[in-house]
Design a protein around this ligand. Structure first.
Ligand code: HAM
Length: 416
């Protein structure tokens, strides 16, 4: 019979890798708590309209990449391509503003985009992210970036640097659109069909077009206008405050005047972190300020800022840099007993009941084979039950020494 395979662009996360994921997850949880963020879990599917209204009809995500389907009631539903829209929907629907502002909500889970799969680009991928709702202050932009910087720092991403830019609010963006349109007229012949349309519907989206010829024509041109040159005084001073706080805190960044991000809801500072070694899919995280979205989705006028990190890409970086979470079990109990002797099994059971991770053999394998398993499991101790009742020999796998003691004494030592 034909084997059924996983869907293209989806992957199993196997033992060995799962430990790295868990290491990332626990680091994320730790820093979210330190920064006073609370976890929120939203459904993986929502009404299609939610994403169309927030991410934007003209974006690649909404236009080409969503998994959209009709349910039995003929309603159009979509597997979430990102987390921000759902978090804001949940914030409004559950009146989370009543719990006090700002609300600092973080999330972690699978997202779905029907993109062409390649290294670092899946159709089901995972993000963790945070949305801070209620504060207009540049301190909050910096806090979001600082939070990610702490997580990345603890995970060992040493050569990290943010790319930062500002799109500004409506007035700044309208001014920018005007100069962008003048520029786009000069490269019109090189634009792809979609971008010719976007030129009239949403010119900013031309800047993050993924079609090679089109993208190069735009980004290689010397006269491509910079968003920062169109900022109002207010937007400029917000941006300057962010840059100066980042510098003061020693958070490494560089300005990228052409960074616009691929989602429509941004209204101010935007940022990304790229990591060399990931190939063309080099962005491990991205985010920015989006002060209009809460209102746009039916809530009150509330500013917000957030980011999301692609966890597959982060795990790839950790693996490439060999920053692995070397997790293993505490004790492997060698089972040399014959039929009806359950000593090794009983010792294992006693260790487990005292929350010491332990395993033994149930398959009658040789001591040599069991030692191989212990080493694959990265066991800290290998325990040999001795002939003398209640005595064991404990081999410390890190220090390569062996000690004989009572099982009770070993258990006490492990409990400590
Ligand atoms: P985004 O830039 O679309 O932003 O995605 C954030 C990160 O998710 C990317 O930098 C990348 O690491 C990862 N990612 C995106 N698509 C894929 C894919 N197909 N395969 C693997 N990884 C992928 C957002 O999603 C915004 N919601 C971020 C945000 C939160 N802005 C404000 N708050």
């Amino acid at each position: 019979m034909n084997k059924i395979q996983a869907i293209k662009g989806t992957f199993d996360i196997l033992p060995g890798d799962v430990e790295i994921w868990q290491h990332v997850e626990s680091t994320v949880r730790k820093w979210m708590r330190i920064f006073g963020c609370f976890e929120i879990r939203t459904p993986v599917f929502e009404k299609t309209d939610l994403f169309a209204r927030s991410i934007g009809e003209d974006t690649d995500i909404v236009g080409k990449e969503m998994y959209t389907f009709k349910d039995m009631g003929d309603r159009s539903l979509t597997l979430r391509p990102e987390g921000t829209a759902s978090v804001i929907r949940a914030f409004i629907e559950n009146s989370l503003d009543q719990r006090g502002l700002p609300q600092q909500l973080w999330y972690m889970g699978p997202m779905f985009r029907q993109e062409r799969p390649q290294k670092g680009r899946q159709r089901q991928f995972h993000q963790f992210g945070v949305e801070i709702i209620g504060s207009p202050s540049p301190m909050t932009d910096v806090q979001a970036m600082s939070l990610f910087d702490c997580i990345a720092g603890e995970l060992g991403l040493d050569e990290r640097s943010f790319s930062v830019n500002s799109l500004g609010g409506d007035e700044s963006r309208d001014a920018y659109k005007k100069s962008l349109l003048l520029f786009l007229d000069t490269v019109e012949d090189s634009l792809c069909e979609d971008c010719r349309r976007r030129k009239t519907t949403n010119p900013l989206r031309v800047l993050d077009c993924k079609v090679p010829g089109c993208n190069e024509a735009v980004h290689n041109a010397k006269n491509l206008p910079r968003t920062v040159d169109s900022l109002t005084d207010e937007d400029r001073s917000h941006y300057d405050a962010v840059l100066s706080m980042l510098t003061k805190k020693g958070i490494v960044f560089e300005e990228d005047p052409f960074l616009v991000r691929g989602l429509d809801y941004y209204t101010g500072v935007v940022f990304e972190m790229k990591y060399s070694g990931l190939g063309s899919q080099s962005a491990i995280m991205g985010g920015g300020r989006y002060d209009k979205l809460v209102k746009q989705l039916g809530g009150q006028e509330l500013p917000a800022v957030g980011f999301a990190c692609g966890m597959e890409r982060l795990v790839m970086v950790l693996k490439e840099k060999e920053i692995a979470a070397a997790e293993g079990i505490d004790v492997y109990v060698v089972n040399v007993a014959g039929d009806g002797d359950y000593t090794a099994f009983d010792y294992t059971d006693a260790l487990q009941k005292h929350e010491v991770s332990a395993m033994t053999d149930h398959m009658g394998r040789s001591v040599k084979a069991q030692m191989r398993t212990a080493s694959k499991l990265n066991a800290r101790y290998v325990l040999f039950p001795e002939e003398d009742d209640g005595m064991v020999s404990a081999k410390d796998m890190n220090e390569s020494n062996q000690e004989t003691m009572s099982f009770i004494a070993f258990l006490e030592k492990m409990k400590k």
